[in-house]
Design a protein around this ligand. Sequence first.
Ligand SMILES: Nc1nc2c(ncn2[C@@H]2O[C@H](COP(=O)(O)OP(=O)(O)OP(=O)(O)O)[C@@H](O)[C@H]2O)c(=O)[nH]1
Ligand SMILES: [Mg+2]
Length: 391
Amino acid sequence: MALNKPTRYILLALGLLLTLHFLLSATHAPYSDATSISRLSSVWSNGAGGSKYTDHAVPAFPIDSTANFPPVGGNSTGRRANATLLMLARNSDVQGAVQSIRSIEDRFNRDYGYPYVFLNEEPWTDEFKKRISALTRAPIEFGVIPHDWWFQPDWIDESRATEGRKKMEEQGIIYAGSVSYRNMCRFNSGFFFRHELLAKYRWYWRIEPDVSFHCTLSFDPFLYMEAQDKVYAFTIALYEWSATIPTLWDTVKDFTKKYPETVAPDNAMGFMSENGGQDYNMCHFWSNFEIADMNFWRGETYMKFFEFLDKTGGFYYERWGDAPVHSIAASLFLPKSKIHFFNEIGYEHPPNQHCPSDDDVWRKGMCGCDQSKTHDYGPYSCQRQWDRIFH
Ligand SMILES: Nc1nc2c(ncn2[C@@H]2O[C@H](COP(=O)(O)OP(=O)(O)OP(=O)(O)O)[C@@H](O)[C@H]2O)c(=O)[nH]1
Ligand SMILES: [Mg+2]
């Protein structure tokens, strides 16, 4: 069939344009990236230049943990646990938060796409949301903490609390005079796992601003915990300042006397006490890193335990930390086999770090940490007390 002249010119021009496009695609990577079908379709679906996040960000990874996740890198199965990466932070923590998220993305989550939850007692700034959302394709939710779960309750005797803070300041204890630090410790002890944004999840990995992950993970710690029937995991164990918890252990003993059935057979008491539970040796898991099953905190025993502690006012009259509170609960109410030490996870929260001391683990993880700096068996460590309960 003969084509008329204008049609022939149009086809010729189209042909030339297509040839030019294929030539540029093959020879110029930036041109190819910018014009690829997947790129164009993502620009169209997001709306070019539009907002990249919302308070309930549109997931680039499927939020349903087990569905259709591409196996990549360390994630060889494509399966995920019902888990989230959780950070409590202030808007002013933004740079530290960026550092921590970069680190966990690089060493783990870019292959998994586990969703993030950020919690704050104040509304998040656009700046914070923008800086965090730029770092990952995983879904992110930014939540606000209900007022009564954060601030000092009315029934706390303020003059007694003030007196307690003053006394502690005189002893030179860190955060002695801080009410917000106490709010944070109480929230982390008894409330975070009840937040509506966490309701859909069973597992969490707690991440703080300004931490670093030093080794590449070749496995999924959530799935590991699920498969091995673990409930609570740590990387660093150390001593608490006794001046921050003068009456905590007596309160714990009152609780176990009243509810002896809550104490697990084969528990980890040997980690916390040198004399069968009479005195507390101050050993605890450093809770700025935690991977744990929230159903444990949500369960009847822990809820009863937290209420019992809370109504003494010890979070405010003293300065009870969520680290000893969580650690004591896990060590008493769980069989010790359900608590796990993650040797493979190189982790640093200044001034302490855990770096795998076995060369094969350190090499496999391509760890960037200095093994000689590991906290494991240093003078302030409780790793020996942990080890001894398994021998
Ligand atoms: N939203 C909010 N988060 C807080 C507040 N205080 C502490 N946090 C968060 O709670 C966690 C623990 O607080 P940190 O200040 O790191 O306490 P710490 O780890 O005992 O002490 P550092 O050695 O200073 O890190 C971090 O994730 C903080 O971002 C607060 O007043 N508001
Ligand atoms: Mg911290």
